[in-house]
Design a protein. Sequence first.
Lengths: 411, 270
Amino acid sequence: MSGPSTYTPKSGIEKWLDQRLPLPRLMHDTIHTFPTPKNLNWWYVFGGILTFCLVTQIVTGIVLAMHYKPDATLAFGSVEKIMREVNYGWLIRYIHANGASMFFLAVYIHMFRGLYYGSYKAPRELIWIIGVLIYVLMTATAFFGYVLPWGQMSFWGATVITNFFTAIPLIGTHIATWLWGDFAVGDATLNRFFSLHYLLPFVIAGVVGLHIWALHVPGNNNPLGIDVKSPQDTVPFHPYYTVKDAFGLVVFLIFFALFVFYAPEFFGNPDNAIEANPLVTPPEIVPEWYLLPFYAILRSIPNKLLGVIALGAAILILAFIPWLDTSRVRSCRFRPTMKWLFWFFAIDCVILGYCGSQPVDAAIAGISLVWIARAGALYYFGFFFPIMPLVGIFETPKPLPASISQPVLGE
Amino acid sequence: MKHFPLRLALGLSLAFGVSTAALAQAADNSHRLPPKKEEFSFEGPFGTYDRGALQRGFQVYKEVCGACHALQHVAFHNLAERGGPGFTEAQAKGIAAGYKIPAEPNDKGETTDDKGERLTRPGILADYFPSPFPNENAARANNGGALPPDLSMIIKAREAGPNYVYSILTGFHQTPPHGFAVTKDKYYNPYFEGRNIGMPPPLQANSVTYNDGTKATVEQEAHDVVTFLAWASEPKMEERKQMGFSVLIFLIAFAGVLFAAKKKLWADVH
């Protein structure tokens, strides 16, 4: 919080440090006494969970990199060696592979929570925009990582995604060649993807630092979406939220562990247990589940270039939400119309995800999934524009409580 | 593992999609049938590999499948590891010694003899199962152009792997539907996509002679070799499930402690 620091150095070492590099003061103000609204609900535990996910992915990833060989002829075998010969290699790899899915599950809940409670609105626009940047970096990292085991879906997924760049007029093919380091996805591509997959998590860690820094200036939003008015509205972050977040994290870990130990291939694709073969195309090339809604938007547009533009726009539009939403009220609790449109949007994302997981020519009850995906894509973009600006203008919000303490006391 | 209830809970409506797809394909007999449902000991959260089935399955692989199919990611020492077929180290050594491994260059730097044949040596525990063919071209030439896939990951590499492989192995000798043309040099198998498979029926009754007295029917042999191949795909499954049980017990207890701490701590916050 931007308020005055409440830290007083106690020991001699602390006094010495405080005049030179005030790390204890930083920790004290940001983790210990940081005043946090006392009404944060369970949807707010995912920030801590995401930090845990990032650290887990980096630690398991570094160990995997000690045994992995980024070479098109050796990669697949080296992953199997990790699974079979390296001590607890199977455990580390299953944590890493399922950890990616858990990371995305948590980030989606975190994003939808921000959307519902209006956490992107002034003065928190930058927290949201930095968050969108983290999400884009996560997507890129996950994509590079999925290529590394060099199975069939790794190879063909990489081929499909990198071919998006060939949609760019005139220079598209050259860009693709430059990205591949070859005239197709091959050994050179695998090598650079490994390099980037190792680099980007540390970039994410840096940007997460900015995300938290930006959060600590205005402080947390809360489910009521109203500002903190007095010290009665807050509790110190430690121990109140450290203990609450720890409980949330352990419940999340139980869910995580169920996959790692009892369904480790749940999110996987059987084709990735077959070594990459440029001469055999799998019958269906499907991206990982967390990218399926965007894949559905891409496929719903018959023109390749426009499809790729729509795919990019679907992610980038998130960065403009702080200005697309014209409402003065943050939380959907007090926005009777937006509340429903929000839940339609959440369902729409699930429907788009389902469409993306199915073959192109699939249909339900005679309705082609492509048309369902088109309707879904229309609502996806329509939700941000014109729905967001218009609802903000025409909706009559419910009266807001006077302070955070008041409704809590009233309950 | 594939039938884990969370699959439903996570709700990507996969089952819905599969059932509509199955309906659409029922009329078209060039597509494959859904696999049979066979019970295996290794299914479910507490399932383990049946040791007898693993050893018998290894025998089926060695005496039948291994003539054409490689098992390149499995090493001989794996056969004596915890959670595996339960061979002793001496038995695994004996099995390894029965295989011919392409030899390292000899003192003269040669890897072939005077006739150009590849020099070999007996296998040791550190070796991996050697491929039955020296390369892909040789494998195809010996199998009518079809490539017998490596089996070390076959159960993982197919949707509903154990049931799929079991269905293929027991799905021969059926009369094709009226009007269905079986391609020359192929065999009719309704569980294989396209229903024309390059593999001749591999298992017959008494293809192997089990020394534990089990009757070697086609179904028994298929069941055993699927169990062995499931282990080959996922050799650490038993260790994984056991560790998972302890981890979950710990996490649930820890969650209980944290929940109590949270409740006590927040009791005074209004």
